[in-house]
Design a binder for this molecule. Sequence first.
Ligand SMILES: [Zn+2]
Ligand SMILES: [Zn+2]
Length: 361
Amino acid sequence: MRWVVRGAFGLAVIGLIALAGLWLFRMQIGGHVYERMAGQLVGVDQSEDLDDGLHVYLCGTGSPLPDADRAGPCVGVLAGRMGFVFDTGSGSIRNLARMGFPVGETEHVYFTHLHSDHIDGLGELMLQAWVGGSRSSPVEISGPVGITPVVDGFIQAYRTDAGYRIAHHGEDIANPAGFGAAATELDLPPDGSSRVVFDAVGARVSAFLVDHSPVSPAFGYRVDYAGRSVTISGDTVKSEAVASAAAGTDLLIHEALNREMVATLADAAASNGDASLSKIFRDILDYHASPVEAAETAQDAGVRELVFTHMVPPLPNKFLHAPFLEGVDDAFNGRAAIGEDGLMISLPAGSDRIVRHKLLD
Ligand SMILES: [Zn+2]
Ligand SMILES: [Zn+2]
């Protein structure tokens, strides 16, 4: 027994010496770790090592409600080497950059609709796409009618900053011709059928009308590349247009609002004396899809995997996932999951695999 006590004592002493060593050399260790991290991350295009295929970056899975874990709505899609960004919610473009998405090389930005939570990170996107890519022509942006004045407004708001960047970094890096964005307003078939809005280098983007009334028009999108596909619902009630556009798609990123949980928030706001907040919670119940309705759409469309986004309400701990997802398993035979900021879902070309990578903690 004695030797056990002695052994434990010896181990404790060694542990203490090791800890003391780490503490004593913390400056050197920290400096070394920092240099290594910088060498691995800064100026390195992390997307270059990805296999050919579709890579879907969940850069923002939140909604207008403040959520410590989720940026505003945003999905990045890398189709081969072509980068697309769908919506630019607040904080999402920083997530996208942290995830290693080549924001500077963004080929095209698409907006689902003009609600503020979907556009409020556009200034950040414009800046990163411009200076990050040393662009010689502005990044291209498409969206519903009204996107042109929105883009013009952001350009106006960022013009002073652009002057500082050009003066400070020089025109080779901050080329004045690449500042801003070029907007196109899309006109889509009123019956909800899809229209191809981008088709090059094997990547095809289709857009379709969804129902987010009274917000109109509002769009969903589908990206196809190398036999793989992802469909993005945008904000919508349960929609036939989403089901038909998503037919046979590998991955459906669908918005979701749990009405019972939001009604609880409305009741809580009312009983705490905030009648206007209570009314806002009641108002939003009728223009989003519930998780079960999204699951029904996924089932109708024959989707392989369903990921929820635009999470309403916020779910600050995992115990809330079960009530949020109640009924989803009965409605959908495939895999369904709550989307998280920092998750990249890869659909490699020439396979039927769906691979998840957690890129942010
Ligand atoms: Zn929204
Ligand atoms: Zn909306």
